[in-house]
Design a protein. Sequence first.
Length: 168
Amino acid sequence: MPRTLILRTALPTDLPAIDGLLARSYPALLKADYPPSVLVTALPIIARANPALVASGTYYLVADAGGAVLGAGGWSFAAPQGGRADGSTAHVRHVATDPAALRRGVGRMLMAAAVAAARRAGAERLECQSTLMAVPFYAAMGLETLGEITVRLRPGIDFPAVRMQRAL
């Protein structure tokens, strides 16, 4: 029997659970598409939740009925890496699913919540910086590939990604 999934807005008190999710998810799911030399420098940065994003009201988590966090993610008008917000583009932010919960609707729940909220807030398009492994998922969510990009995580630490977009 499938477990009930619960979607809710993340709270600052969820930071430890979200950090745990990211620490489980990214190393397991990214290892097939990124060399160890990239992961060794990127994982300590990307596998940590952004406290301001979690507290924003536009970041969500999916848990099972027992409270285990199976996924997290959201959106913001503020672009990743501090890019300029234009008020019409919503940016998908820090979406992750527990490897044990893949293909159970967790990511779809997160994206449906983000798309609906961004639309209500007046966004006209949705953009994301997808990991290499998540491109098929975002394509299934209606985003189109705009091209490969390099995300500067910190000086000297670059992360290959794919810029994707869809109209809302």
